[in-house]
Design a protein around this ligand. Structure first.
Ligand code: PMT
Length: 215
């Protein structure tokens, strides 16, 4: 592995959760911290790539030298990705994007009632599927899947459905891996092969993923 093996490659990375507002004080989201995506951005930048990091809300400091774009909702993230997509060589989608958003945003704080309440959700755009449909033969599209059961099968299905070139299936049943943790484990899945990834820190995993690009 040479030091700057990703010199002059344009890499777009998504990271973190999205927030889908319900009213001025409430939102739907998930436990993604952004650690996986930020580790990828730091590692890719260190290896010479021109990195754009599009991140949902979180507390992490963006790595120096990367083009950092902060977003809130899945629709914001989709808009930013779309506007930069043509210039990219590689996409790595580590964000945990909300599949749904509340179909109605209340401009006023929703009041407590004596009865139960139903929340109606609508589908968000699928950024990975959009890129899978529109990528050129030169663009490489890498996704993640956080799975708790039938890990390989579920991840492979996502890879094929969204037309990804590769997917990293995270096993989120581990005590110390997946969302929020500094560690991850799972499988690296391509069309014709599956490689088991032992537990390792996210920066190491980031480099292992980046090693695949020039293979
Ligand atoms: O942020 P951390 O705390 O470090 O945690 C890292 C992580 C567990 C969030 C990350 O490693 C991970 O697995 N991210 C993907 C989470 C997931 O379950 O994705 P998914 O199965 O909903 O989607 C599959 C792929 O499509 C992902 O690459 C996702 O970014 C992408 N996607 C999904 C939905 C959507 N609307 N747009 C997308 O681009």
């Amino acid at each position: 592995l040479s030091d700057k093996d990703l010199q002059d490659r344009n890499i777009l990375i998504t990271a973190g959760p999205t927030r889908e507002p319900l009213d001025p004080v409430r939102f739907l989201s998930n436990y993604s911290s952004g650690k996986m995506g930020y580790a990828l951005a730091r590692a890719a930048s260190f290896r010479g790539a021109r990195v754009t990091l599009i991140s949902g809300p979180g507390n992490l400091k963006p790595p120096v030298g990367v083009n950092f774009i902060r977003v809130k909702t899945a629709r914001d993230m989709f808009g930013e990705v779309k506007s930069l997509a043509d210039d990219q060589d590689i996409f790595i989608l580590a964000a945990a994007v909300s599949d749904y958003r509340p179909s109605h945003f209340s401009r006023h704080k929703i009041k407590k009632k004596d009865t139960d309440m139903k929340l109606v959700l609508e589908r968000n755009p699928d950024i990975a599927a959009y890129l899978g449909k529109n990528k050129t033969s030169k663009q490489l599209l890498i996704g993640f899947a956080a799975e708790s059961d039938s890990i390989i099968e579920n991840a492979r299905e996502k890879m094929i459905k969204k037309n990804l070139d590769m997917i990293i299936a995270n096993d989120i049943t581990g005590e110390n891996t997946g969302f929020e943790s500094d560690y991850n484990k799972g499988y690296l899945i391509r069309r014709g092969n599956v490689e088991k990834l032992p537990e390792m820190d996210k920066y190491k995993l980031a480099n292992l993923i980046l090693d695949q690009i020039n293979k």
